[in-house]
Design a protein around this ligand. Structure first.
Ligand SMILES: [Zn+2]
Ligand SMILES: [Zn+2]
Length: 371
């Protein structure tokens, strides 16, 4: 079977074709108000309203006086639940869940590791991280360590447009398994590695790694099942449809790799093998506006990994997902619609798989130690 038969068309966009990540619209929802000089439409109605307001004010005053006269042991909470002028309040926006993530103040994930599944954390298999591990040598100005946030819109990218025409990815099925082979090279352009001394990124991360081919072969269950216990992760957690692997959110020192490490326009970089630590704009999500994201890869327990959008096309954040960074609902799976667990990428930490919900089917790190 030709290996390119299963290559996903359109997964090799030039990064220039990708829309630049836009910061979320900071404007709150505004309720249009009628012009002030607009005459009232119904004077009788206005009179009733004015009378009602006066009555309510009087009643409120009496109530306030009555409550104020209560002994000081009165529970203040009960006082505060008295009716207020709620009718004049602007209704709370119902689309709060759809509010875009503030890319300028993303939570910094440094040290957010846990020995058990925990939302917003990585359930890591590592009990400790070395103090002098390789990685970025200095914090870029986009990292605010005091407030534990970072600004994705200000992060420097590793330059370059290197093509990898020899990239190979094959996805087939055999019995109850999905067989994936890849040479680990991405089907999209990458930056120039090792990071050149002339690259602005060099100031922060002198990554000496170069992108090399690695023969990868994974056998994953076609229909994984949710286990009663989650499983810890370390290093590689998924293969994306670009043919390159996705690592967990930590660098070798247990810091937030997406914030600290310098990556190219496709959010990838090498140790010896090209990889991502979170969302990449270069594995194309071709789903329509208002629709759930497309599949972008397979986690190493066999469950699918999808893009940034959940049902109804709503952009997801970590709080919308479970401790392992996934959820369950119906979506196309193995050629039919099925209600199945799956992971999502998000723009906030831990960005992708936080632990495995299924049985880890890839044993041991597929590359070297994470960088
Ligand atoms: Zn989903
Ligand atoms: Zn890395």
């Amino acid at each position: 079977m030709a290996s390119d038969e299963f290559q996903i068309p359109g997964t090799t966009p030039s990064p220039e074709q990708q829309p630049a990540p836009r910061p979320p619209a900071p404007e709150p929802v505004r309720i249009p108000r009628p012009p002030k000089d607009r005459p009232p439409r119904n004077p009788q109605k206005m009179a009733i309203i004015i009378a009602s307001v006066i009555s309510l004010t009087l009643i409120g005053g009496i109530l306030w006086w009555a409550l104020a006269a209560q002994p000081p042991t009165q529970d203040l909470a009960s006082v505060n639940t008295s009716p207020k002028t709620t009718a004049t309040k602007t209704p709370a926006p119902t689309a709060a869940k759809a509010a875009a993530i503030d890319l300028t103040k993303l939570p910094l994930g440094d040290g957010k590791r846990s020995s058990t599944a925990k939302q917003g954390y990585v359930q890591t298999c590592r009990s400790s991280f070395p103090a002098n591990a390789p990685g970025a040598q200095t914090a870029g100005p986009w990292i605010d360590q005091a407030n534990k946030t970072w600004d994705a819109t200000k992060k420097v990218e590793v330059g370059g447009d290197v093509d990898w025409p020899q990239a190979k990815l094959s996805i087939t099925t055999s019995g109850a398994n999905r067989l994936i082979t890849s040479n680990a090279l991405p089907e999209h352009l990458t930056g120039i590695y090792p990071v050149r001394a002339s690259d602005p990124a060099y100031k922060y991360d002198r990554n000496p790694g170069s992108i090399q081919a690695n023969d990868l072969s994974f056998t994953l269950p076609l229909n994984p099942t949710v286990q009663s216990q989650s499983t810890c992760i370390f290093g590689e957690v998924a293969i994306l449809l670009s043919g390159s692997v996705l690592f967990d959110a930590f660098d070798a020192g247990g810091r937030d790799a997406v914030a600290w490490e310098l990556q190219d326009k496709c959010a990838g970089h090498p140790n010896h093998m090209y990889h991502y630590h979170g969302y990449t704009p270069c594995v194309q999500d071709k789903s329509a506006a208002g629709a759930h994201s497309d599949l972008v890869g397979y986690a190493f327990d066999g469950f699918g990994l999808y893009g940034l959008k959940g049902e109804g096309g709503v952009q997801l954040s970590t709080k919308d997902l479970d401790e392992c960074h996934g959820h369950t609902h119906a979506l196309p799976w193995n050629g039919s619609t099925k209600s199945i667990y799956h992971y999502h990428l998000t723009r906030d930490f831990p960005y992708s798989v936080g632990c495995f919900r299924g049985v880890r089917s890839v044993s041991g790190p597929v590359g070297q130690a994470p960088l």
